[in-house]
Design a protein around this ligand. Sequence first.
Ligand code: ZN
Length: 188
Amino acid sequence: MIENPNDILVLVNKQRKLKEDFIPNHLEPISLSYSNQEKYLIHEARIAFEKLSEDARKEGHMIIAVSAYRDFSYQEELYTSYVKEKGKNYANKCSAKAGHSEHQTGLALDVMGSNGDYNIFEQSKEFSWMKEHAHLYGFILRYPKGKEKTTGFKYEPWHYRYVGKEAALYIYEHNLTLEEYHQVKNML
Ligand SMILES: [Zn+2]
């Protein structure tokens, strides 16, 4: 069980579970200029994402949140519907069981670019922009290509996690996952 669920460096994955009744402090709606519907992040992550999206827009890019905070019961429904549609093996690679999704922390979000669908975000010009800039705002690509064994999830070019600028820079420069960062920093 996770003891520090409100810590911006909190590690949530297949081994580490959040409590069913955990709701993060200070959830705030992302401005609808940068989100497709009312979506929530915790205060620091919301400010950082809006700044990122605003700066990207100045350079002609469109980075829009399509999913952010998800509560336990919503995650349970999502996972169950994946299992029904695609079977358990597939579901486990791309959807987290309730309590094991970092979307429940209010620190993670899925984005789409100007090609209009998060599933094809990797092909958008915004993805290249994110590769170079996300860490400057405190975000990391949480499920990178080739790191499926450490993260437990398939590559997700659209899923970003707020960890703060210092950790994001370190993770970016050393090409780490959040799991590896916790190991390096002896946080596990
Ligand atoms: Zn996600």
